[in-house]
Design a protein around this ligand. Structure first.
Ligand code: FES
Length: 130
């Protein structure tokens, strides 16, 4: 088993930052329409718009949960503008395994939620948060 697969299993079994925050600056939740799996993200920013605290909640497959857990670690201390530059490629690189198109949807659910959270924070229209 590769080190990346070990890492995914570890983050699935022991998700990091698996908490909800009270009064976060950014908050949003979304689901994968194919399976209904959900991720909810909470981010508290400091006065420099940098991540101060982060948490997520959700239920889903190993890839979606591990990806969300890894993403919360990646986002620690990032600014909003750095977060906005993240792409599907960054998520693929973070996971380090090859993903089928279906598995890619699982992996990027957390990024979709992050994008929704930022969009909502900036006053944009978003779908109803789950
Ligand atoms: Fe639902 Fe992976 S099977 S997000």
């Amino acid at each position: 088993m590769s080190i990346y697969q070990d890492q995914i299993i570890d983050h699935y079994k022991y998700p990091r930052n698996f908490i909800s925050l009270k009064n976060p600056t950014l908050e949003y939740g979304d689901a994968n329409p194919v399976c209904g799996d959900e991720i909810h993200l909470y981010i508290q920013l400091d006065n420099q718009e940098k991540v101060e605290r982060i948490g997520f909640q959700g239920k889903g497959c190993a890839i979606s949960m591990a990806s969300a857990s890894l993403l919360t670690e990646l986002l620690e201390e990032m600014t909003i503008s750095e977060m906005k530059k993240l792409t599907n490629e960054d998520i693929k690189e973070m996971l380090g395994i090859s993903l089928t198109p279906v598995r890619l949807k699982c992996a990027i659910l957390c990024l979709k939620v992050l994008e929704g959270a930022i969009h909502k924070f900036e006053g944009g229209e978003v779908g109803k948060s789950v």
